[in-house]
Design a protein around this ligand. Structure first.
Ligand code: SAM
Length: 264
């Protein structure tokens, strides 16, 4: 399982790329499935900020496909900003993609964009970036978030900060399943704790990958439970109790999906 932001970064560098030939020549600005799903959630005509843009593939795609006219591509690190600038130059899109160096949304002014993408980071970091940008978010209509881990942190943040999840979808790339969460201003509530971990929209929409996601989550949780069973502290005991309860909820959801299929 991916834990640190560095592990996430390395995982993405290994797995994500615009399709290139053996010499590295761009073949068609084609995105990988994860990035494609994120881009698909952008509404036509949106003015977008891609926070933690790294390679700037999404901004380049949105402009070249005519989905957006203007995109801010921002990153906290100089290396990714240089990479983004080089790619934007390669496509001659400097007049449409503004590459900026900054932490979270700090370099995005009020009203400059209506859509914010934050993808390829952990859920805790995404929630921190959103928390630091509360006033800027007032002028944002749509958040497109793709947490690599800790999806529950993002869902909890959204609910507690008057955002409603309007869409959620899963995508498989390689052997891994990714969540893309779309939120807009509004009120929502979590009726069951499990919906913090497995998005309610995925269940409502009967996402085709939901069964696979549950299998992955159950396998992961079983491994954690075995580790905790071998520990002898009060914290481990409390966490074990929590994990066993969540495991039951996952299995219950898995069962109800199977029964739903049987009753068709
Ligand atoms: C793993 S990459 C993801 C790149 C791209 N968004 C994607 O989904 O493929 C994470 C990027 O987020 C950037 N990043 C991390 N923390 C950030 C922050 N607080 N503000 C802006 N960018 C950040 C990193 O420098 C890195 O380029």
């Amino acid at each position: 399982m991916l834990k640190t932001e560095r592990e996430i970064q390395n995982h993405i560098s290994d797995n994500d790329d615009i399709l290139t030939d053996r010499k590295g020549k761009d073949l068609s600005c084609k995105l990988t499935p994860r990035l494609q799903l994120i881009a698909d959630k952008v509404l036509p005509g949106a003015r977008v900020a891609d926070i933690g843009t790294d390679h700037a593939y999404i901004p380049i795609y949105l402009i070249t496909k005519g989905i957006s006219n203007y995109v801010i591509a921002s990153d906290v690190k100089k290396g990714p900003v240089e990479k983004a600038k080089d790619n934007v130059k390669k496509y001659n899109l400097m007049h449409r993609i503004d590459v900026r160096l900054g932490n979270g949304l700090e370099k995005v002014s009020l009203g400059e964009v209506d859509t914010v993408i934050i993808a390829g980071m952990g859920g805790v970091l995404i929630a921190e970036i959103l928390s630091a940008a509360k006033s800027a978010l007032k002028t944002i209509d749509r958040l497109i978030l793709q947490p690599m881990v800790g999806q529950e942190e993002v869902r909890k943040w959204l609910i507690n900060n008057h955002f409603k999840i309007v869409d959620e979808e899963l995508v498989m790339e390689g052997s891994k399943i990714y969540n893309v969460i779309v939120a807009e201003h509004g009120e929502d509530k979590i009726e069951k704790e499990i919906f913090n971990y497995i998005g309610k929209k995925l269940v409502e929409k009967k996402d085709p990958l939901l069964k696979n996601l549950l299998i992955d989550r159950i396998t992961e949780l079983n491994k954690i439970i075995i580790q905790l069973e071998n520990k002898d502290s009060r914290n481990a005991y409390l966490r074990l109790k929590e994990c066993r309860a969540r495991l039951m909820e996952y299995k219950c959801l898995q069962q109800s999906i199977m029964e739903g299929e049987c009753n068709k």
